[in-house]
Design a protein around this ligand. Structure first.
Ligand code: ATP
Length: 289
């Protein structure tokens, strides 16, 4: 339904996302990457909130520039962080506001759909737990019956058990999703396909399970290996984790334990079979490890 085609995005004249091509396919799509890698910027472009410096966002067979934005806003809804709820507004009013005028009686039904007792409608956000507030935000996004939800770190502010219940709720929805996170367990649960961003470029894409089980890019591997395991030794930081992205060649090379002189040339994103793509000269060596 949505596709970024060779999209470069930035603020002012400064590009922060470079030449990204990415389809929102069925079964959930994850965008993974560290802080500042450009995930939110890309999500804003998919929501039509940021115009590409070059390239296009396609909505069906039309670019967003030419699309019927009323229809688009009904089809594609963001799920913001729970902090975005108006603190003065009662929950019921907040959800009703997101519904079309003719459907305002559906507040109770929507609250139930996201697993909330309709009685919370009378409360204000501070009288709810973090998990309940996140459910309200999801109810608001579902109000117009969207086909796609764009979720930016929907569970990062929640503790693990509450997080798991919100993930269950999202997994049970029929709505498609683009999910932005630095949490690999979240994409593993909710996204059939994932894209790893580093310094504003896609460095690896593919089926989430395969990509996490056998990363082909050293950055994906570093992300995966940085997840602490219960009862295991604390993860070791490999390479120079503090180094800023290189401005020439492969952006990851200053942090990469496998970097060779060839990495001074920028690697192209290439197919490696199994629906996977990677931008790394050493991908075969990474896979062989
Ligand atoms: N409004 C803005 N004006 C100027 N630069 C911005 C703006 N918003 C983001 N940036 C810059 O764009 C780059 C990408 O930011 P973005 O928020 O997309 O990253 P992110 O991967 O979503 O990070 P995080 O996980 O911390 O939210 C960063 O270098 C950031 O400083």
């Amino acid at each position: 339904m949505l596709r970024a085609e060779r999209v470069t995005l930035g603020y002012g004249r400064h590009p922060v996302v470079h030449d990204v091509t990415l389809d929102i396919t069925e079964g959930g799509v994850g965008l993974i990457g560290e802080s500042g890698s450009g995930k939110t910027t890309l999500a804003r472009a998919f929501l039509g909130l940021l115009t590409p410096m070059s390239g296009n966002i396609w909505y069906g067979d039309q670019t967003l520039k030419k699309a019927d934005m009323r229809k688009f806003r009904k089809d594609v809804q963001p799920v913001f962080q729970a902090e975005a709820l108006d603190p003065r507004m009662r929950i019921g009013t907040s959800v009703a506001e997101a519904l079309p005028r003719s459907a305002r009686s559906r507040v109770k039904e929507l609250l139930e759909q996201v697993g909330l007792d309709p009685e919370v409608a009378a409360r204000r956000p501070h009288q709810l737990s973090g998990g309940q507030r996140q459910r309200v935000v999801i109810a608001r996004a579902l109000a117009v019956g969207p086909r796609l939800l764009i979720l930016d770190e929907p569970t990062s502010a929640l503790d693990v058990t509450v997080q798991a219940r919100i993930l269950d709720l999202l997994a049970a929805l029929e709505t498609e999703r683009l999910l932005i996170t630095h949490n690999l367990a979240v994409v593993d649960r909710l996204c059939r396909t994932s894209h790893v961003l580093f310094a504003g470029r896609v460095v690896e894409s593919g089926p989430t399970g395969d990509l996490l089980a056998k990363p082909a890019h050293p950055y994906t591997r570093a992300l995966r290996d940085a997840v602490p395991k219960l009862g295991g030794a604390p993860p070791e930081a490999k390479g120079r984790t503090e180094a800023v992205p290189a401005r020439t060649g492969c952006a990851f090379r200053l942090r990469c334990p496998l970097a060779v002189p060839e990495c001074e040339q920028p690697p192209a994103l290439r197919e490696i079979g199994g629906g996977r793509q990677v931008a790394c000269h050493r991908a075969e060596d990474v896979l062989a490890k």
